[in-house]
Design a protein around this ligand. Structure first.
Ligand SMILES: NC(=O)C1=CN([C@@H]2O[C@H](COP(=O)(O)OP(=O)(O)OC[C@H]3O[C@@H](n4cnc5c(N)ncnc54)[C@H](OP(=O)(O)O)[C@@H]3O)[C@@H](O)[C@H]2O)C=CC1
Ligand SMILES: O=C1O[C@H](COP(=O)(O)O)[C@@H](O)[C@H](O)[C@H]1O
Length: 497
């Protein structure tokens, strides 16, 4: 099939009345529609149990767009493409009606049999849905058939394997689009460009010149209403297995031969294969965990959140040191940390370069600051390069200076949301920014060792950081023992550190 930027598509959303569809999918589709990135020939079928009429569903979509975007422009035309079927996914009979509706919309909008099945539902339903899509003939059309799967993709390696085997009964690997919304973020996509489009960085991007890398993703929010899910997940499964390891793979991969899906994914997978596996007794030396407690201003602790065990041993914070045992990265620690109820919402990557071999500007009272490259993922988007320059005046004194690029000031409010980009990529058939099964498998294998050890050793110090703070002390000690420290994620001025 010829790949176009705006293919005619039937999008079937399972879980159409849920939170994800409302907050992310409908606003993203609306943006794509208004930007002309969706063909005028498209239709959406919402599927969920609620016995809504089509009008109720259209109103729900309209409200979600208005709440999120605040504009009504073209909304009537947009929602005229939406249809609804009340359907329990475990009810075999309903798939026949769904197929009939899909076939009639295919004719009405001339969709060439192109279908995207978006599973915005709990994972326990995935296998049942994909089995029926195949056995009831919903994939028996001429066009493309793509399956979009939300996280979590399993709970550990065995459950992920089981889920994968089940969906592979009905869809091939290249038809499966596993969402990791971090891969849709503008500055995460920019990592490859910064690395591979600049003569300045790539020659230095190795163990000879880089001393360590720090990847931080901190959140101000706690678990909110998701206590039930989070109790079984924790920060390790919720953030490290997917988003954090994906960012590490992009930072550490070799340049791909070409910018094709297969080549890029192939290079990322090699990084995950080179991750140094941990033995049971090494886990404590490489990974630390934290759980937020109440703070003095009345902020709730994790154990007081709804649907959370008052003696919970679940971690809401993880910091770790990853070693990549390959030629490029031998001996360079990559530190990661992520947590809920931290002091600030921020995702940043700091690449710290090694000190120069001889410091001509030695000053006992003011050591030369290291060069840093900071990639700001969110909420600010951009790059900062920290250098040393001459301080104005007669003496040859150095002072840290920063070269800044702010993506926000270039693209401003037009930077598309991650889901918008990923939905568009899926419609175009570009799976580069979706995770391949090999990534998922290797990431689970890596984190499973850590969770196995943590599950058998209760953390007696929990809670070990107050809500609204920078995380547990042990995370600082993890770097201190290597002679490093975390670069602050707010106001990173090297002369203040
Ligand atoms: N919300 C978010 O921000 C994120 C969500 N995710 C993932 O996305 C998926 C959906 O999450 P979310 O939207 O928050 O979940 P919700 O609980 O808000 O929505 C679940 C949806 O599934 C439908 N549903 C449940 N059981 C059935 C059934 N037997 N037959 C048909 N429909 C059913 C519900 O419809 P009804 O009640 O009408 O039956 C509802 O539309 C999950 O896998 C989650 O982990 C991933 C990242 C972020
Ligand atoms: O996948 C998830 O990500 C969010 C954080 O995403 P961000 O884009 O706001 O950084 C996290 O809150 C959630 O627990 C997790 O499931």
């Amino acid at each position: 099939m010829k790949q176009t930027d705006t293919p005619s598509t039937l999008l079937m959303i399972f879980g159409a009345t849920g939170d994800l569809a409302k907050r992310k999918l409908y606003p993203s589709l609306f943006h794509l529609f208004n930007k002309g990135k969706i063909s005028k020939d498209f239709a959406v079928i919402g599927v969920a149990r609620r016995e809504w009429t089509e009008e109720q569903f259209k109103k729900h979509v309209e409200d979600s767009v208005l709440t999120s975007i605040g504009t009504k422009e073209n909304i009537d035309e947009f929602i005229s493409h939406f249809y609804y079927q009340s359907h329990d996914v475990s009810d075999s009979e309903s798939y026949i009606t769904l197929k009939n509706l899909a076939d009639s919309l295919d004719n009405k909008y001339n969709l060439h049999g192109n279908r995207i099945f978006y599973l915005a539902m709990a994972p326990e339903f995935f296998g049942t849905i994909t089995d029926h899509l195949k056995s009831d003939g919903l994939t028996d059309t001429q066009g493309f058939h793509r399956l979009v799967i939300e996280k979590p993709f399993g709970h550990d390696l065995p459950s992920a394997e089981q889920l994968n085997n089940q969906i592979r009964e009905s869809f091939t690997e290249d038809q499966i689009y596993r969402i990791d919304h971090y891969l849709g973020k503008e500055m995460v996509q920019n990592i490859e460009v910064i690395r591979f489009a600049n003569a300045l960085f790539e020659p230095l991007w190795n163990s000879r010149y880089i001393s360590n890398i720090q990847v931080t993703s901190s959140e101000e929010l706690g678990v909110e209403e998701r206590g039930r899910y989070y109790e079984k997940s924790g920060a390790l499964r919720d953030m490290v297995q997917n988003h954090m390891l994906q960012m590490v793979a992009l930072l550490a991969m070799e340049p791909p031969i070409k910018l094709t899906t297969e080549e890029i994914r192939g290079e990322k997978v090699k990084v995950l294969r080179a991750l140094r596996p941990l033995k049971d007794d090494e886990v404590k030396d490489y990974f630390v965990r934290g759980q937020y407690g109440p703070n003095e201003t009345g902020g709730r602790g994790y154990r007081q959140e709804p649907n959370v065990d008052p003696n919970s041993n679940t971690e809401t914070y993880v910091a770790g040191k990853l070693m990549i045992d390959n030629f490029r990265w031998a001996g360079v620690p990559i530190y990661i940390r992520t947590g809920k109820r931290m002091e600030t919402k921020s995702t940043k990557i700091v690449i710290q370069f090694k000190d120069i071999p001889m410091n001509l500007y030695y000053n006992r009272d003011k050591p030369l600051a290291p060069n840093l490259l900071v990639i700001h993922i969110q909420p600010d988007e951009g790059i900062t390069l920290h250098l040393n320059a001459k301080k104005s005046g007669q003496n040859v004194e150095t002072t840290p200076v920063k070269l800044n690029f702010s993506n926000n000031s270039v693209d401003g409010m037009n930077t598309p949301e991650a889901y918008e980009k990923l939905l568009h990529d899926c419609m175009r058939g570009d799976a580069t920014n979706f995770t391949h099964w090999d990534d998922v498998k290797l990431s689970w294998a890596y984190v499973d060792k850590i969770s196995e050890v943590w599950e058998t050793t209760k953390e007696t110090e929990f809670p070990n950081y107050c809500a609204g703070t920078a995380g547990p002390k042990a995370a600082d000690e993890l770097l201190e023992k290597d002679g490093f420290y975390w670069w602050p994620i707010d106001n990173l001025d090297v002369d203040n550190c």
